[in-house]
Structures are given as C-alpha cells and as structure tokens.
Design a protein around this ligand. Sequence first.
Ligand code: 5RP
Length: 232
Amino acid sequence: MTTPANPAALSQDALKTLVGQAALDYVLPGSIVGVGTGSTVNKFIDALASIKDRIQGAVSSSEASTARLRALGIPVLDASQVTSLPVYIDGADEIDLRGYMIKGGGAALTREKIVAALAERFICIVDASKQVQTLGAFPLPVEVIPMATAQIARRFAQLGGQARLRLKDGQPLVTDNGQHILDVTGLAINDPLGFESQVNQWPGLVTVGVFAHQKASLCLMGTASGVRRLEY
Ligand code: 5RP
C-alpha cells in the first residue's frame, strides 16, 4: 500500500492522480504501453510523460487519449502494428470484488476491448467510489450500429433494462467508430461472464460495456488510506 501524507484529505481528483502515478510502477522499460481512456487515465498519461524517454510508445484506445499522448510527446502506434503488450492500463465505471468491470462511460469501450485483448495484463486504475458488490448501478454503455438501436433496446427491456440513446449537444453521440451508444439502467449483473456472452450475440450490437472475459488482473484503487493493490 502506498500511503500519501494525509490521504483522508484527498479529493476524488487527487485519488485519480495518485493511482495514475502508481501505475507507472507497472510500465516496463523499453515497452509499448496499452493506454485506456477517461479522466483517471489522463492522470496516468500525464505521469507517463515523465518517463517517455524510457518507453517505445503507446497503443491508445481513443482519439482523445491519442491526442493527449501525442501532445505530451509520447509516440502512438496503431494497434495493428503490435502483436502483444505487457500491460493495458485503464479506468472503469464500476469494478466488482472479482475484477469484473463496467466500462464505456467515455464511449471508448470497443477500442478499449481491442487494445486490452493485446495485453498480457489489464491493470485497472480507479478511486474507491468505483468498487461495487454487483455490477449495474452505473448505466451500462453499449455501442450499437444505429439501425439496430430500437431492436437492441427491446431486447434489454426483456431483461428488465431501460436503454437510452446517449446524446451530445442534443444529437446522438457518435463514437470514434461512427456508431451510437445506448446506456442501460435497471440491470443487476450477477453473472458478468454469462451476461457478456449472451448480449454479445445480438445482431447490431458492436460491444457491451461489461468487461468480464477481459477482466482486470490487478486493480490500483485510490482510497482514504492510500493505493490498495487488489489482485484477481
Ligand atoms: C471510457 C471508460 C473509462 O475508463 C471509464 O468511463 C472511467 O472513466 P473515469 O476515469 O473518467 O471515471 O471506460 O470509455
């Protein structure tokens, strides 16, 4: 456990900075790093800049992370240029006690799964507010092909969920992949592996934001008593 001087006084933003910096311990010298998306990962990217001369570069999960990495002078490689990555470091919207996650609050879930699939280890960085007993209180992001939206919303309704199209500036949000996002409330996901497998079969569904088959192997969790390291 890494303990800052007065962790009880730390804001959520400061806890994100703490875990972003703690993740540097898992970046191997000379390696290419898998980089996720979101406000916690932004802290990691900022920390990564301090060792940029000691890594080859990064593979990024979104246009936003790519822009931030490049602005800090960190080379970004295309996912198709690498065959494996030692680590993928990303945040989460929820993480349960087994390392299963809900992700996609930043609409980057599809590329997050693609980059995570290249990595030997998924290292999740979160503040303690993200830990849950059961996944599903956070609206589940699902990337969909627009013509399938209504059909997929009806399928979620059959499972007891309410799907809502994510908007940006009054228009459907368009992902980096040119698709739309449904956010689904009302689900209690007790069997994340089974749920992910089931929903992944639905035509027109690009990616569901349950990361169970690609769960975290380690979580760095920012808490009032410092960074907890949770292995799964
Ligand atoms: C983006 C994600 C993020 O990892 C997730 O939304 C957490 O973001 P933040 O660190 O800003 O709370 O999955 O698609």
